[in-house]
Structures are given as structure tokens and as C-alpha cells.
Design a binder for this molecule. Structure first.
Ligand code: PLP
Length: 361
């Protein structure tokens, strides 16, 4: 096997090597069928088993009650930005959005394009999205409150959920879904593009509370109504079969190899703590997110002497570490340490950061 690099890419991002090997072993003939999962009918028994397994494992990992559906929707997280207002902001209603980064800004924009009632209940834009807002007043009449649980670009994360009373919370969890246990009962809907923490790109996973379905208006285009995905079990048309297959394997790995979300959270916390400690040692590096809002998934930082950043990226790559360039909109450095990025990779990066600092002081 060719060497696997330490992959800190923000997305699409690292997948567990064990999963990649299992995919490779079954690529030409899945379960003795003589066909790849890519080549088989989505209505056949073999694929029906795969999609059911992916659903069941997500339900088990999050301890979902019967009140929740797990859906697979094409178009990634960005299509959900458009579908959420279409499905859930009714005539005369105004939804509350909390703006914590460019992805929430995009979600808000998609609601505005449709002339839907949208209120930005709080924003950390004036702080360049380096923190999660602490004070906000939410409307008790809103059809939902929308948050982005982890802000991939700036490296901030909600560590306690906002109190929304009986108003359902809807969360874009693209970059921290399945990274830690979650009290899903607080949510009307959770969604995420698969390509950060669950599999390759090509589908979004949507966890939807059944009472939300009743609010969906009639008359939406079929593929843009969540009701279609519920009624047809995500098979109105051909689902993204190969990504769903990969999700079934990643969730199996999470349950059986990693020991579930509590165990995964401990590992993820340890990984993040190590990197933040390496960054906080002195003033050579400096973190860009405010401390209490720091993400466990995307560690964003700068070198005080910005000119050294391209050198850091280049030398890191030579040392077997990829994906460390910050998002193009903010520059700097970013290490994305999703579930599949091992503690060993994080240790390698911490050691490299120490060496780089000693050489470049
Ligand atoms: C990457 C990302 C998106 C965009 O996901 P797509 O699946 O490419 O549409 C949305 N929200 C967050 C928080 C992200 O990290």
C-alpha cells in the first residue's frame, strides 16, 4: 500500500484507513456479487441492506428515538440552506438565525433569496466570527432557530446549546456531526454534508423529527420537499449509493472500532488539547479563535510572523502532513482533526510545530 499522509484537510477530509481498505477489498466484487457497490441497483437487496445499515448505525450512535428519521439528501449541506426555509418558514413567520461564520451567512442568504421571514438573532460578525455570541434574545414564535454548531473556517464551536424552549433547533453540523454525544431531543433537524466527518462528498445526512414533517407545505417541487425523502425512505430517485455505502462503513468503524461517540469525544478532546497546548506554549504561534469558543475539530492559528506561514505549509508537506492551509477567506493555518485523523497524526503535527519553532525563532 502507498503511504498514507497525515491528512488535516478541512473537507473532503481523511477517512479511516481501515474503512478505505475494506472499500478496496470489496471494490470489484461486493459480498461475492461480482459487482461493485457502484454498479448495482439501488433497489436490490444488497444496496437496501447497506442504506438500512447506515441509517440504523446513525440512529444507534445518537440514541435516536422513534421520533426521528434519518435521510440522505443530494446537494450537500448547501442545498439544505435552501430547503430549510422552503419547508419550514411559513407565510408570515420569521425564523431566528444565529450568525457565527460564513456558512451561517450562506444559510441566511438562501432564506432571503426566497423572501422568507428571517431575523439574525445574534451575530459574531463584528468580532470577525472569532467567537460564539453569548447573549441573544430568541423569539418564542419563530418556526425554528438555526445555528451552525461548528464553524469550519474560523474554528469556533458551540459548547453549550442555546435554550430555545419549545422552538425547534435546526443545526448545520457538517463539521462536527458524530464527533461527540448529543442530546438530539433538543433538535427539530440536524444536517451535515458527508464529506467532513462521515464519508466522501455526494450526500447530506439529515436527521429530522417527525413532527417537523407535518409543517411542510404542499406544492414544493418533489425533490425539494423533505416529505418525499421521509415517505420514499430517501429512494424517490437514485440516492448517492457509493457515499451511503462509505457512511455505513464509517459508522460501523465508529461503533465497533472506536467504541461509540463518548469514546470518540474523549479522543477528539485529547487531540484538540494537544494542539492548543502546542500553540499556546509561547507567542510564536497564536490561536485565532477566542479560547472559550475554540473548536475541537478545526484548529485555526497563525504564526506571529505571517511570512513564515507558507514556509510552514511547505515544510509540513515535506514532513508528510497535508491540508494545513487556512481557508482562503481568512488565510493563516488550520488543522482539521475530524474523527478519522488519528492521535498519532496529531502527535506528529505537534512535534513538527515544536521543531519548526526552534528552527525559525
Ligand atoms: C463544508 C461546510 C458546508 C458546505 O457543505 P457542502 O456539502 O459542500 O454544501 C456547510 N456548512 C458547514 C459548517 C461546512 O463546514
Amino acid at each position: 500500500m502507498t503511504n498514507r499522509i497525515h491528512n488535516f484537510s478541512a473537507g473532503p477530509s481523511a477517512l479511516p484507513t481501515e474503512v478505505m481498505k475494506e472499500i478496496q477489498e470489496n471494490l470489484l466484487s461486493y459480498k461475492g456479487s461480482g459487482m461493485s457497490v457502484m454498479e448495482m441497483s439501488h433497489r436490490g437487496d444488497l444496496f437496501m441492506e447497506i442504506i438500512e445499515e447506515a441509517r440504523m448505525r446513525i440512529k444507534r450512535l445518537y440514541n435516536l428515538s422513534e421520533a426521528y428519521e434519518v435521510l440522505f439528501v443530494h446537494g450537500g449541506a448547501s442545498l439544505q440552506f435552501a430547503m430549510i426555509p422552503m419547508n419550514f418558514i411559513g407565510e408570515g413567520q420569521t425564523a431566528d438565525y444565529i450568525e457565527t461564520g460564513i456558512w451561517s451567512t450562506k444559510a441566511i442568504a438562501e432564506a432571503r433569496i426566497q423572501n422568507k421571514g428571517v431575523r439574525v438573532a445574534a451575530s459574531s460578525k463584528d468580532r470577525e466570527f472569532t467567537c460564539i455570541p453569548k447573549a441573544f434574545a430568541l423569539s418564542p414564535d419563530a418556526p425554528f432557530v438555526h445555528i451552525t454548531t461548528n464553524n469550519t473556517v474560523r474554528g469556533t464551536q458551540w459548547h453549550a446549546l442555546p435554550e430555545t424552549g419549545s422552538v425547534p433547533l435546526i443545526a448545520d453540523m457538517s463539521s462536527d456531526i458524530l464527533s461527540r454525544p448529543l442530546d438530539v431531543s433538543r433538535f427539530g433537524m440536524i444536517y451535515g454534508g458527508a464529506q467532513k466527518n462521515m464519508g466522501p462528498s455526494g450526500t447530506a445526512v439529515v436527521i429530522l423529527r417527525k413532527d417537523m414533517v407535518e409543517k411542510i407545505p404542499a406544492g414544493l417541487p418533489t425533490m425539494l420537499s423533505y416529505r418525499t425523502y421521509v415517505e420514499k425512505e430517501s429512494m424517490f430517485n437514485t440516492p448517492a449509493t457509493f457515499p451511503v455505502y462509505a457512511i455505513s462503513l464509517v459508522t460501523k468503524w465508529l461503533e465497533e472500532t472506536m467504541g461509540g461517540l463518548k469514546a470518540m469525544e474523549e479522543i477528539n478532546t485529547r487531540k484538540a488539547e494537544k494542539l492548543y497546548a502546542a500553540m499556546d506554549e509561547d507567542d510564536f504561534y497564536c490561536g485565532t479563535a477566542e479560547k472559550e469558543s475554540r473548536s475541537l475539530m478545526n484548529i485555526t492559528f497563525r504564526i506571529r510572523n505571517h511570512d513564515l506561514e507558507p514556509v510552514f505549509i511547505e515544510e509540513a508537506l515535506k514532513a508528510g502532513m497535508a491540508g494545513l492551509k487556512g481557508h482562503k477567506s481568512v488565510g493563516g493555518l488550520r488543522a482539521s482533526i475530524y474523527n478519522a485523523v488519528s492521535e498519532n497524526s496529531v502527535d506528529a503535527l505537534c512535534a513538527f510545530m515544536g521543531d519548526f519553532k526552534r528552527k525559525n525563532r
